[in-house]
Design a binder for this molecule. Structure first.
Ligand code: CTP
Ligand code: MG
Length: 230
């Protein structure tokens, strides 16, 4: 089985406060995207970053020789960026084309190896698989600062990445859905097509950098020993 990963880094990070897109922000002395690439590399034979080629070349310099490919430009939405990555994988010579593809948020630096392994294993039986964590808190709907209602959390989980799929299936679903490219994850395209997607155990530490306060939580996970000297 050939496994490729698409590493997404083409977003602008509008919910994050800095001009530098969040996936290039320094976390414990390395770019967030570099942590994400290091976490995925042991699991794949090919890693394709999507985003600005010069910034990615610098952030990933010296990593994964022969495995990390030159970046391809992304699109206006996450879904557009995934399609750009899938099309680039489809242009590879037949001998290099993947059987399975993992799609991972470049802003999610610390995916544990066990999570990635569970996703890949689930693809032996399912078309797609995603890591998730349970929702522990009581859920409320906010209407202008007042509670509108309590929403049942029964059966609700929070979706993470890497999400894994059989490559030809994900490519064809993305091509068919390219007109309305509003999906915030890839599993949504399989759901709409009536395909089964396995839920596997994710990890609370598999945090996506979304707001600036998330950087503090992520740095705490690294621990003081690995923090850069100032
Ligand atoms: N992403 C991408 N191309 C886009 C939008 C998002 O490659 N057009 C990537 C981001 O770089 C990120 C991942 O998809 O690694 C998850 O998206 P998200 O956390 O929403 O990042 P942004 O869209 O950049 O942030 P925001 O929604 O706050 O603008
Ligand atoms: Mg976004």
């Amino acid at each position: 089985m050939r496994i490729a990963a698409i590493l997404l880094a083409a977003g602008t990070g509008s919910r994050y406060g800095t001009a530098l897109p969040k996936q290039f922000v320094s976390l414990a002395g390395r770019a967030v995207i570099r942590h994400a690439a290091e976490a995925l590399l042991p699991h794949v034979s090919l890693l394709l970053p999507v985003g600005d080629a010069a910034m990615l070349a610098e952030a990933l310099d010296g990593l994964g020789a022969g495995v990390i490919r030159p970046a391809v430009p992304g699109g206006a939405t996450r879904q557009n960026s995934v399609l750009a990555g899938l099309e680039a994988l489809d242009r590879l010579p037949a001998a290099e084309k993947p059987d399975l593809v993992l799609v991972h948020d470049g802003a999610r630096p610390f995916v544990p190896a066990a999570v990635t392994r569970r996703v890949i294993e689930a693809l032996e039986k399912q078309d797609g698989a995603i890591p998730c964590v349970v929702v522990a808190d009581t859920l409320k709907r906010n209407r202008d600062g007042l509670i509108a209602e309590t929403v049942s959390r029964e059966g609700l989980v929070r979706a993470q990445t890497p999400q894994g799929f059989h490559f030809p299936l994900l490519l064809s679903l993305h091509r068919a859905a390219a007109e309305a490219a509003d999906a915030t994850d890839d599993a949504a395209l399989l759901e709409r097509a009536g395909r089964a997607v396995a839920l596997v155990q994710g990890d609370e530490d598999n945090i996506k950098l979304t707001y600036e306060e998330d950087l503090v939580r992520l740095e705490r996970l690294v621990g003081p020993a690995l923090m850069p000297r100032t």
